[in-house]
Design a protein around this ligand. Structure first.
Ligand SMILES: [Zn+2]
Ligand SMILES: [Zn+2]
Ligand SMILES: [Zn+2]
Ligand SMILES: [Zn+2]
Length: 192
């Protein structure tokens, strides 16, 4: 029998307890509470071994592969690189109006040079289409204005009719009052 010597792990926050042999032979290599220096170049941050994945998710100096050119870029520069990467596929500036070409960003100026005439034609066609659209909109606008005037006129007619009805009602009320008065004074022979 070997005498076992009970001891604790010296790493801050670690609750491990056991015999010294275990500590030296097994635990020290596996302790999750050992402080580690991030080995991503330029980082220099320290974290507990158990937090490795957490740090890896946010480390600004972790190398990330660009999906366009397959170069490794540190995370802190990845955003800019994704925008500027010469290998990135882009659409022609005039894609929406008819130049359905796609190419690497680095070839954009080449394309613009070689397709100047085509682009000019597309812009001109677009201009004509816009002009037609404006004409159609103007016509539609005129129709709406006419309808609006009709509605307003309709409204005025209704108001006038309303006024006439009110007057008729007043006259009728007056007559009713007269009749009531005549009935009260027992006049049997009345005329409306
Ligand atoms: Zn430990
Ligand atoms: Zn790091
Ligand atoms: Zn790239
Ligand atoms: Zn184009």
């Amino acid at each position: 029998m070997v005498n076992t010597l009970s001891t604790k792990c010296s790493n801050h926050l670690c609750n491990w307890q056991g015999d010294l042999l275990d500590l030296v032979q097994v635990h020290q290599a596996n302790c999750e509470y050992i402080l580690r220096l991030c080995d991503n170049k330029g980082c220099g941050e320290q974290y507990l071994k158990k937090d490795f994945l957490q740090h890896n998710e946010v480390c600004l100096y972790k190398l990330m592969e660009c999906t366009y050119c397959h170069t490794d870029i540190i995370r802190i520069n990845k955003g800019n690189h994704d925008v500027e990467c010469a290998n990135k596929k882009v659409k022609c500036e005039y894609y929406d109006i008819g130049c359905k070409k796609e190419f690497c960003q680095r070839d954009m100026f080449l394309h613009e040079d070689s397709h100047q005439a085509q682009h000019m034609r597309l812009i001109y066609q677009q201009h004509l289409t816009s002009k037609n659209e404006v004409t159609i909109l103007k016509q539609e606008n005129a129709v709406i204005k006419e309808k609006y005037v009709e509605v307003i006129q309709g409204n005025i007619a209704i108001k006038e009719e309303n006024g006439a009805l009110k007057k008729t009602l007043e006259v009728l009320n007056e007559k009713v009052n007269q009749i009531k008065l005549q009935v009260k004074t027992n006049t049997t022979d009345f005329q409306i």
